[in-house]
Design a protein around this ligand. Structure first.
Ligand code: SAM
Length: 237
C-alpha cells in the first residue's frame, strides 16, 4: 500500500558528463564550463517535448543526487562551501544530503541533437556527475529568475579558491595525447577551486597525492607552495 502524501518520480533522462566521480566537481554550475548531454528516455524522448526550447539560452535542470540517496539526511549539515566546521540548517544550504535528494542547476542550452542513438539535449556549465538522473527541465526566465537585489550574506566572506594550476612536463605531454579538446580547461577550472576537504585548504604544502577522473583520464595532482601541480594523466582506455 502506498503511503498518503508520498509520490513517485520517474526520471525523464540521464546526463552524460565528463565528471566520473564526485570529488573535484565544482560546487555550482558556472564554475567549470563543463559540457554534457542529456539522453531523454521513452516516453519523454518524443521530440515534441523539446519543441521551441532553442528559444532559451539557459535552462533549469532538476535532478536526483543519486549517489547520495542511500545516505539519508539530517536537519543540519556541514557545508564544505561554508568551511565545513559549523552546522547549518539543511534548507539554508545546497547540500547534496537532503530530504528527497533533489538538486537544481541553471545550465547553458547548447541545443538539441536527434541521432541514431536517441534524442539528446546538450548543456554547458554543469556541476553534475555522469549518470545523474534528470527529473525535469524548465526554461530559465531572466525577468523573474535573475533577482537584482538578491543577497546571500552567509557566503559573502567565502570566496571560491583560485589556485594557480601548473603541469609537469610529463603531464603536459600526456595531456596532449588525450582526445577531449576541453580537458585542459576542465582540469584547470576544477583544480583551481581547490577540491581538497575544507580543513586541508590552509595547507600550502600538502604531501598527499590526489587523483580525480575526468572523462576517461585519471588526473594525479598535488599542492605545493599554494599552487596545484598536475603530475600525471593516465588514460583509462
Ligand atoms: N547546483 C546544484 C544545486 O544547487 O542543487 C548542485 C549543488 S551541489 C553542492 C554540487 C555537488 O554535488 C558537486 O560538487 C558534486 O560533488 C555533487 N554531485 C553532483 N552530481 C551528483 C549526483 N548525481 N549524486 C550525488 N552528488 C552529486
Amino acid at each position: 500500500m502506498t503511503k498518503p502524501n508520498v509520490y513517485s518520480i520517474e526520471p525523464i533522462g540521464t546526463l552524460e558528463s565528463p565528471f566520473k566521480q564526485k570529488f573535484a566537481i565544482p560546487r555550482q554550475p558556472a564554475l567549470a564550463k563543463a559540457q554534457g548531454r542529456i539522453k531523454l528516455t521513452p516516453p519523454f524522448s518524443d521530440p515534441n517535448s523539446l519543441r521551441q526550447i532553442d528559444t532559451y539560452s539557459h535552462l533549469w535542470l532538476l535532478f536526483l543526487f543519486h549517489e547520495n540517496l542511500d545516505k539519508g539526511w539530517s536537519p543540519t549539515v556541514r557545508a564544505p562551501r561554508l568551511g565545513g566546521n559549523t552546522r547549518t540548517g539543511v534548507f539554508a544550504t545546497r547540500s547534496t544530503f537532503r530530504p528527497n535528494g533533489i538538486g537544481m542547476s541553471a545550465v547553458e542550452n547548447l541545443g538539441v541533437k536527434h541521432t541514431a542513438s536517441g534524442l539528446f539535449l546538450h548543456v554547458g556549465n554543469i556541476d553534475l556527475l555522469h549518470g545523474t538522473p534528470i527529473i525535469d527541465i524548465k526554461p530559465y526566465i531572466p525577468y523573474s529568475d535573475a533577482i537584482q537585489n538578491a543577497s546571500a550574506a552567509l557566503l559573502d566572506d567565502k570566496p571560491v579558491p583560485n589556485l594557480a594550476v601548473n603541469f609537469t612536463e610529463q603531464a603536459r605531454a600526456q595531456l596532449a595525447r588525450q582526445p577531449q579538446q576541453d580537458l585542459p580547461l576542465l582540469i584547470e577550472n576544477c583544480l583551481s577551486q581547490d577540491p581538497r576537504p575544507a580543513y586541508k585548504q590552509s595547507q600550502l604544502d600538502d604531501p598527499k597525492d590526489y587523483q580525480v577522473q575526468f572523462y576517461d583520464a585519471d588526473v594525479h595532482w598535488r599542492v605545493s607552495q599554494g599552487e596545484v601541480w598536475v603530475t600525471e594523466i593516465v588514460s583509462l582506455v
